[in-house]
Design a protein around this ligand. Structure first.
Ligand code: ADP
Ligand code: GLC
Length: 479
């Protein structure tokens, strides 16, 4: 697998969780998996092994490969301090690093060189998101002259179609890719080039991270200009729901929460709620503990519904709940939430930043988890919430629609609350509805337990990836 982030080494979002977990799930099915990623600043794992020489156009440089061996899963870190020894993964102060096209072209080429020089040939290369989008096209160029690569099948996964890796076309000659790729059936995208498009066009099979999103991205509304090519490749596009890693996210064995708990004994959840309120310096009186806590953990961007939340911001403190937020992102949203917390210090609390441990405590300590996304390829937090007995309230889109069953008052069934229309009124109405149901403790408990008992482990999804790999390998034979 080639990817730009992986738990536990580097993480900005759900991609890292997936790359941390899927390879191990595949290993559990008997496969051997290597993950290739950059050796960013701060990564200490691995020991230096081979040096590989990577050529991109006239740029020629060496990378030392560090290898960290786990059980059946190895991680290969591409060390090139000029590209990767930086403060952040993709950019600083709201701006992407200007040489990102070069940095990630380097990652892709280095991964293929590593594969070509390996003594045991690989069967499949599985590239993720635009950062690894050049893998299939670079592979196509190398395959003829590299005996180790000619049978390598290529699979590309879209984790988020909104990030397309679009750059000035002049990068093509600079990186030795050639103007030939400046075609509408190759990498051209509105006069520029897209790395994501390279992944979509040149890979044998394409997957994305939920069945619903696989359908949605074939429509103009959520296809971000890619719906045409995705429809064209519709029979090669497969939606596979992400799993969650229960080694990391399970209230029965989570070292980040005060006491373990499970579906039949939720006392530990109450303890987590108290600790959460204290962490946020909110009142933790009996009265405060009785009030529902609404949690949010998110990148603070439009995708995640922060514009809707901004529209109802003044209503939030008046709902009879306490709201806790952990996130970072667009400055205007950070400022808005900080101001809201200043105005309502006993009802709204905000932590701007990235804090893995606190994320676990919120999942455990909150009663309701909010994900009003405009679109959501899969989403992991709603699945963590289900596992932690924290009822999710989500917009019915992408993976959120595939994983949360709306509450039905008549039968009492459902695992959460969903709304369809992307509007502040719909969000607010659903919030009020959910907080009304919260008062009915028995119904709420039933919903919590229904969510906690669901199985969202990786095993089933990993099997589906194996089917995809096998299909790609079968069609590679004879190529
Ligand atoms: P996306 O990848 O689009 O951001 P996902 O729901 O797939 O959304 O995954 C987000 C992951 O990042 C989750 O594991 C979530 O807990 C984590 N996360 C997001 N923001 C923060 C934050 N500020 N601090 C800690 N973890 C965060
Ligand atoms: C992307 C998506 C998110 C998904 C994650 C992992 O970041 O925004 O919905 O869960 O990738 O696949």
């Amino acid at each position: 697998m080639v990817a730009s982030e992986a738990v536990p080494f580097a993480k900005t979002g759900g991609l890292a969780d997936v790359i941390g977990a899927l390879p191990r799930a595949l290993a559990g099915l008997g496969h051997e998996v290597d993950v290739v990623m950059p050796r960013y600043r701060g990564i200490e794992a691995g020991s230096p092994e081979r040096v590989i020489t990577v050529a991109l156009g006239n740029l020629m440089s060496d990378a030392r490969c560090y290898v960290a061996a786990g059980e059946r899963v190895r991680t290969i870190f591409i060390d090139h301090p000029g590209y990767f020894d930086r403060d952040h993964l993709y950019g600083a102060n709201g701006h992407d690093y200007v040489d990102n096209p070069e940095r990630f072209a380097f990652l892709c080429q280095a991964a293929l060189n590593w594969a070509a020089e390996s003594s045991t040939p690989y069967d499949v290369v599985h590239a993720h998101d635009w950062q690894a989008g050049l893998v299939p096209v670079l592979h196509e160029r190398m395959a003829e002259s590299s005996p180790g690569l000619d049978r390598l099948a290529t699979v590309f996964t879209i984790h988020n179609l909104a990030y397309q890796g679009v750059f000035d076309a002049s990068w093509l000659p600079y990186l030795g890719l050639g103007w030939g790729l400046m075609r509408v059936d190759a990498m051209e995208y509105w006069g520029r080039v897209s790395y994501l498009k390279a992944g979509v066009v040149f890979s044998q099979l394409i997957t994305t991270v939920s069945p619903r999103y696989a359908q949605e991205i074939q429509t103009p509304e959520l296809g971000f200009g890619f719906d045409g090519i995705l429809r064209e490749r519709g029979s090669d596009l497969i939606g596979i729901l992400n799993g969650i890693d229960y080694d990391q996210w399970d209230p029965e064995r989570d070292s980040n929460i005060p006491r373990p708990y499970h579906a039949n004994d939720l006392d530990g959840k109450e303890a987590a709620k108290r600790e959460l309120l204290e962490r946020y310096r909110l009142p933790a009186s009996a009265e405060a503990l009785a009030r529902p806590v609404v949690g949010l953990i998110s990148r603070m961007v439009d995708q995640k519904g922060f514009d809707l939340l901004a529209d109802i911001a003044d209503e939030l403190p008046r709902l009879g709940a306490t709201v806790v937020l952990l996130g970072s992102g667009e400055r205007r949203y950070e400022d808005l939430w900080l101001a809201l917390a200043t105005r309502h210090p006993d009802r709204v609390a905000v932590h701007i930043g990235f804090d893995e441990r606190l994320a676990h405590l919120i999942e455990a300590g909150a009663d309701l988890f909010l994900m009003p996304s405009r679109f959501e390829p899969c989403g992991l937090n709603q699945m963590y919430s289900l596992r932690y007995g924290t009822v999710p309230l989500v917009r019915a889109t992408g993976g959120l629609a595939d994983t949360v069953q709306n509450f039905d008052a008549a039968s009492g069934s459902g695992t959460g609350f969903t709304f369809d229309e992307y509007s502040p009124q719909a969000l607010l109405g659903t919030l009020r509805w959910a907080l009304g149901v919260f008062i009915d403790r028995r119904t709420w408990r039933r919903m919590q337990q229904a969510g906690m008992r669901q199985d969202h482990s990786w095993a089933a999804s990993a099997r589906r990836y194996v089917e995809v790999y096998e299909r790609a390998m079968a069609s590679r034979v004879g190529v």
